[in-house]
Design a protein around this ligand. Structure first.
Ligand SMILES: *Cc1c(COP(=O)(O)O)cnc(C)c1O
Ligand SMILES: [Zn+2]
Length: 433
C-alpha cells in the first residue's frame, strides 16, 4: 500500500520507511521490494539528522566488534540483532601485490574470512534475517549463486529459523556441502540463477516466506553498506580514492558507495571523490558490456563462467551500477576464466589470501586497470575480496601443481628438493593466460 503521509516507526530507529528508487513513492517498512506504481526497486530511507545527533566516531569505536557497530545506519529496530561476529574483517596493506602492479597504496578488504561462512554475504544475511524476525517470519529462504545459501542456512540455524534455500543444480561441491551441513531444506533447481530467482519470487508469494534477496531485498542490500563504513574507519576515517569490487546483481557495488555517502552526510568523514570500478567475468558480463558499448540499459545474458558466485545474467541493480561507475569516473571491466584463475593465484602467492572466483575476477580487473594506467600509483585503492577459495577448489584444480611425494628419509627429501629447484629455474608457467 502506498502511504499518503510519512509513516511512524519506533522512535529509536533512524530508518523510517521504504522509498522507490525511481519515482520516490513511500512505503511502510514491510516485506516488499517493488513499487506498486512504477515497478521500481524499493530502498530503505533514513532520518540522517537523527543519526548525526546520535552517532560519532567514538560511539562507533565503542560499539560491538561486528557490523552492528553501525546499527544506526541499518534497517533494524531490535536491541539484539543476530550477531555471529559478522564484519570488521581485515583491511590489509598489500605491499607485495602492489609492487607487482605498480601501485603504492593498495589495500585489500578481506571478506574471505568473514564470519560465519567466509563471504561478504554474511553481512547482508545478518541484516535481512534480523529484519525477518522483526517482521514475524518463521521460515526464510534465498535464491542463491552459492555463498548466499551458505550464509542464509548458517545464520538461520543460529537464529532458530526454518530455512529453505534454492540453488542452481550445477554449483560447486563445497558450496552445496557448506549449505547442507546446517540442515536447511535445499532445492537444487535444474536451471541457471535467473530461473532460480524467478521460481523463488513465486514461492515468496504463494508460501509467505521471507526471501532474503527477494521480498526482504531492501533490508538485505543495506548490509553491504558496512563494507564502505569499515573501510573508512580502518583507513583512519578517510575515504579511499578508488575502489574495485565484483558485480553480480550490482547491489554490493552500489551499497559500498551509499555507505561512503552516508558517512559524509552525517559528518563522520570528509568528502572526497571516490572512483568506483567494477569487475565481471567475461562469461557473464552484462553490465561490463553495457559499459563498453556506452549503453544506459543492461541486456540480460546466459551465464557461462567458472565465476559462479557472480553469475547473474539479469542483474537487478545493473543500471545503478553503470551510472555509479560513470559518474565517479570509474569503469566496469571483465576478465576471462583463465585470467580469473591467474588472479586467484597471484593474490595467493603475493599476499597469502586464497580467494574464490569472484575475488580472482576482482584481482584480474585490478591488474588490467593498473597495467592500462587507469589507477594512479599513489591513489589509495581498495580491492574487495568477497569470498573464500576453499569453497571453489575446482576452479584452480590442475593449475596449482602437486606436492613432492617422498620416503620418510633424508636422501629422498634431498632428491626432491633438488628437483624442486630445477622446476623453479624452469620458471613454471602452469597458468595459461
Ligand atoms: C554475491 C557475491 C558478490 C556480488 O553480489 P551482488 O549481487 O553484486 O551484490 C560478490 N562476490 C561474492 C563472493 C558473492 O558471493
Ligand atoms: Zn515507483
Amino acid at each position: 500500500m502506498v502511504l499518503a503521509t510519512a509513516p511512524t516507526t519506533s522512535p529509536r530507529a533512524a530508518f523510517t520507511h521504504l522509498r522507490c528508487k525511481e519515482c520516490g513513492a513511500e512505503y511502510e517498512p514491510k516485506a516488499t521490494h517493488v513499487c506498486e506504481l512504477c515497478f521500481g526497486p524499493l530502498e530503505v530511507a533514513y532520518d540522517y539528522a537523527a543519526i548525526r545527533e546520535r552517532v560519532s566516531r567514538d560511539s562507533i569505536r565503542q560499539g560491538p566488534h561486528s557490523i552492528w557497530r553501525y546499527k544506526d545506519f541499518l534497517p533494524v529496530t531490535t536491541a539484539t540483532p543476530i550477531d555471529l561476529g559478522t564484519g570488521l574483517t581485515p583491511l590489509i596493506r598489500a605491499e607485495r601485490l602492489g609492487r607487482r602492479l605498480g601501485l603504492k597504496n593498495l589495500y585489500l578488504k578481506n571478506d574471505a574470512v568473514n564470519m560465519p561462512t567466509l563471504s561478504f554475504k554474511d553481512r547482508v544475511v545478518s541484516v535481512a534475517l534480523t529484519r525477518a524476525q522483526e517482521l514475524g517470519f518463521t521460515t526464510v529462504g534465498c535464491a542463491s549463486t552459492g555463498n548466499l545459501a551458505n550464509s542464509t542456512a548458517a545464520i538461520a540455524a543460529h537464529a532458530g529459523l526454518e530455512c529453505c534455500v534454492f540453488i542452481p543444480a550445477d554449483l560447486e561441491a563445497g558450496k552445496v556441502l557448506g549449505t547442507l551441513i546446517y540442515r536447511p531444506t535445499v532445492m537444487a533447481v535444474k536451471g541457471n540463477y535467473d530461473q532460480v530467482n524467478r521460481l523463488c519470487s513465486e514461492v515468496a508469494n504463494t508460501h509467505g516466506w521471507g526471501f532474503v534477496n527477494i521480498n526482504l531485498r531492501p533490508y538485505y542490500s543495506e548490509g553491504s553498506k558496512t563494507l564502505g563504513y569499515e573501510v573508512v574507519e580502518q583507513l583512519g576515517w578517510r575515504l579511499p580514492d578508488h575502489i574495485v569490487a565484483p558485480l553480480a546483481s550490482g547491489s554490493l557495488f552500489t551499497k559500498i558507495h551509499k555507505g561512503f555517502r552516508e558517512f559524509v552526510e552525517v559528518g563522520l568523514v570528509e568528502d572526497r571523490p571516490v572512483r568506483c570500478s567494477g569487475a565481471q567475468a567475461q562469461g557473464c558480463s552484462p553490465i561490463a558490456q553495457a559499459f563498453a558499448e556506452h549503453r544506459d540499459f543492461v541486456t540480460p545474458v546466459k551465464p557461462n563462467t567458472i565465476a559462479k558466485s557472480i553469475a547473474i545474467g539479469n542483474p537487478a541493480d545493473g543500471v545503478y551500477a553503470l551510472d555509479q561507475a560513470r559518474k565517479t569516473g570509474g569503469s566496469i571491466d571483465m576478465a576471462t576464466d583463465a585470467e580469473i584463475v591467474a588472479g586467484i593465484q597471484l593474490l595467493a602467492e603475493t599476499e597469502g589470501i586464497f580467494t574464490e572466483t569472484a575475488g580472482g575476477t576482482t584481482i584480474a580487473v585490478l591488474q588490467k586497470l593498473a597495467a592500462a594506467g587507469r589507477i594512479d600509483p599513489e591513489e589509495v585503492t581498495v580491492a574487495y575480496i568477497t569470498g573464500n577459495g576453499l569453497k571453489t577448489q575446482e576452479a584452480v584444480q590442475g593449475y596449482v601443481g602437486e606436492p613432492f611425494t617422498i620416503e620418510p628419509q633424508l636422501d629422498s627429501f634431498a632428491r626432491a628438493l633438488e628437483r624442486s629447484h630445477t622446476l623453479e629455474r624452469l620458471e613454471w608457467q602452469t597458468i595459461p593466460v
